[in-house]
Design a protein around this ligand. Structure first.
Ligand SMILES: [Fe+2]
Length: 294
């Protein structure tokens, strides 16, 4: 059961104490919804800084005045170049940073500046899924290691020559345990951004690590995770804000019909409102090593 709230109170008016409660709720893996927020870009950026520090790569989709914002849109300029990221096509299940070797921006905000009523965002709470797993499943999946890296035409399809492809291919990927502990809650979650999973290993309680058939592994786990009881679905209206935790949940979206649809995405950490020592989950994957043999 979700704790989804119908909250139209202005988040910018929340005290720090109230924002901590919001952060805790996001970290459970359920998306937290706010409506009728009517942010300016600056208000939204300032709000997210109260939680933590947003990433500001200053790429083509980051407005010059507010580089913390990523414009998510299928819109194009007159010369054909893209205004935002993620285009107009369907996006498969993912969370922010799946292809990076070091994921720190685990709070994502999506704010709707221009809606498209044909597009649905779906979210699944992978921390809640893990809680309900049998001990037998937990014992097995706790001994799984995966190699994650973006591969074009899986989670999304980007055309050759598109600057977004260069960004995605530029991430080196990571090798990490399938099950992690959330750095703020210490609760376990299952990291199932399967489009990015390229290799899978199982380490039996005694014996050597062995390679697992990737397709079989994903199909089996998909059925356990993608169940309605763990999901929320949302069609954005202007002024809606959704806050999601990137370790405790995954999300996807259907294709866009109205190319003017525009979301403002900010990828954050929680470290201003919940200071935390450095945490590090994954490691860089080394192509030259034979991981199956150790
Ligand atoms: Fe996303």
């Amino acid at each position: 059961m979700t704790t989804q709230k119908r909250n139209s109170k202005k988040l910018v008016d929340f005290s720090d104490k109230e924002l901590i409660e919001v952060a805790k709720e996001i970290q459970t893996g359920w998306p937290v919804f706010f409506y009728e927020q009517n942010f300016t870009q600056r208000e939204y950026v300032d709000l997210m800084y109260r939680f933590g520090n947003p990433e500001t790569p200053s790429l083509y989709m980051n407005p010059k005045d507010n580089p913390e914002i990523f414009i998510v849109s299928g819109k194009r300029y007159e010369d054909g170049s893209k205004v935002g990221m993620f285009g107009e096509t369907e996006l498969g299940w993912h969370s922010n940073g799946n292809s990076r070797k070091d994921i720190k921006k685990i709070l994502v905000g999506l704010y709707c500046n221009k809606e498209c009523e044909d597009t649905t965002l779906s979210m699944v709470n992978t921390a809640a899924v893990w809680k309900d797993f049998s001990q037998e499943d937990k014992d097995y999946y706790n001994n799984i290691t995966c190699y994650f890296r973006y591969e074009n035409n899986t989670m999304m399809a980007i055309e050759e020559g598109d600057p977004e492809l260069e960004i995605m291919d530029g991430h080196s990927g990571q090798i990490r345990e399938l099950v992690g502990k959330h750095p703020h809650t210490n609760e376990e979650y299952i990291y199932f951004s399967y489009h990015f999973i390229r290799k899978v290993w199982y380490k039996p309680p005694s014996g050597k690590r062995q390679v697992v058939d990737r397709e079989e592994f994903v199909d089996k786990l998909y059925k356990k995770i993608m169940r309605s009881r763990y999901m929320d679905h949302h069609i954005f209206k202007v002024g809606d804000l959704i806050l999601m935790d990137q370790f405790a949940s995954l999300h996807r979206r259907t294709a866009i019909n109205d190319l003017d649809r525009e979301l403002w995405r900010i990828a954050n950490d929680y470290n201003n409102i919940m200071p935390l020592p450095e945490f590090y989950v994954g490691a860089a994957y080394d192509e030259s090593r034979t991981y199956g043999a150790y």
